[in-house]
Design a protein around this ligand. Sequence first.
Ligand SMILES: *Cc1c(COP(=O)(O)O)cnc(C)c1O
Length: 458
Amino acid sequence: MKKRSWAEPYKIKMVEPLRMLSKKEREKAMADAGYNTFLLRSEDVYIDLLTDSGTSAMSDRQWAGMMLGDEAYAGSRNFYHLEKTVQDIYGYKHLVPTHQGRAAEHMISRILIKPGDYIPGNMYFTTTKLHQELAGAKFVDVIVDEAHDPNSEYPFKGDIDLNKLQALIDKVGADKIPYVAMATTVNMAGGQPISLKNLKAVRELTKKYGIDIVHDMTRVAENAYMIQQKEEGYQDKTVAEIVKEINSLTDHATMSAKKDALVNIGGFLATNDPRVFEEARNMVVVYEGLHTYGGLAGRDMEAMAIGIKESVMDEHQKARVGQVQYLGDLLIKSGVPVVKPIGTHGVFLDAKAFYPHLSQDEFPAQTLAAELYIDSGVRAMERGVVSAGRNKETGQHNYPKLELVRLTIPRRVYTQAHMDVVAESVIDVFENAKNARGLKMIYEPKYLRFFQARFEKL
Ligand SMILES: *Cc1c(COP(=O)(O)O)cnc(C)c1O
C-alpha cells in the first residue's frame, strides 16, 4: 500500500494569538528571569513546552459541557456523569473526585500506609513519593535497569523488575508492603510505557502475597497506545480496550486529569475496594470538599468526563503521541542527542552531549534551556543538576547521571509547523553549541531550587 500522509483529527475553531519578541527582547527577558525558564512571563514565550500538565486544549464538546455545570453543593448531575464515565471507560467501581492528582495521592497514602512500610514502584514521581514518605513509608525503586540508561532502546522502560520486587518481599516481608505503586507511563524516565506482559506478571506475584497495586493512571491512554504500537498481540485492540485491560489488573488508581484527560484542572481517586472507598469519602470532606465534588466545580467534572472519553480514541492518541514522535524523529535525523526511545509526552535533550566542554558545575541543561529561549522563544525545562538539588549531609550538589532538557508537548495546542520551528531552533543551538558559556548560580532557594534559582552568564 502506498504511504499516505495524515493530519490532526480536528479543525481549529478558536485561536489564541502568540507574541513574538525580537532576539534583543528575548535576551533581555532571559537575563531578567535570571536564566531560569520558570521565571519567564508566559506572555514573553512563543512556543511553551514547559509542561503538558493542565496546558491542553479542550474540545468544543468540553467547552459546551462547561455550560452544563450543575453547581449544586451536593449530588451534582456532573458528578454522576463523571462517576459513570470512570466506571464505563476505566472500569473502576468507586470514584472520589479531587482538585488534582496529588490530593488523591495524599488520601491513598494515608489510608493504606502504616509507618515503617515499604512502597516499591516503577521509578518515583515527586509528589507521589513525598506523600508516601509523609505517611511513614520508604519508597524503593524496582523499575528495570534499562530505565536509567538513556542509550537503551528497550521499548518498555516502564516495566517492573520482578527480581527486584521479589528481593524486597523476601527482605522486609509482604506484610510491610501494602501496595506496589505502578505508573502508566513513567514520567521521570522520559514518558516510557509499561507492557501488559510485565503488568500481568506483577499482578500474579502481588496476588500470591496479598499485596495491592495502586495505579498512577495519569497517562494510561498514552501508555495503551504504545502497547498497541509495540507489544505483540495488541495490534488489533483499541486504545480503549487496552486501557480497560491495564486497569483491570490493579486495585486502586490516582489520576491527574490535567494530563491524559484533557482538562486544565481536576483529578480523582478510584478504587474497587469498598472499605478504601468508605475511608476516602470520609477523608475528602476534610481536605477537598463534599464527596460529590472534591474541590471541583460541577463544570470541571463535566469537562473531565467528556475529556476522558476523548482521550481513549485511537485517532486522538495517534495524533498526540505521533506529534511527540514527529519532533523526536526530526531531531534524531539531524544527529541531535536525545533520550531514546522517544516517550509519549515529551522529548528529552541530552545537555551533556550538547556541551562536552561544560562541567556540571556550569549547569549545562540550565544553559541549554536558556539558549533555546534566546534563539527562538521556545520555553523548555531543566532536568539536571539544578533540579537534583543538594545532598543533605555534605551540602554538595547532587550530580545526576542525566543532564536533560525536557521539551514537553501540550495536547492539541500546537501544529506540525510549530514542531518544525522547535526542531530548527534546537538544531541551530546544537550547531552553535561550542560557543556556549555556562552559568553561575547567584540565588539559591532552600526548597525545590529549580523553580526560583537565578543565574548569571559566565
Ligand atoms: C502530574 C503528575 C502527578 C501529580 O498530579 P497533579 O495533578 O500535578 O497534582 C502524579 N503523577 C504523575 C506521573 C504526574 O505526571
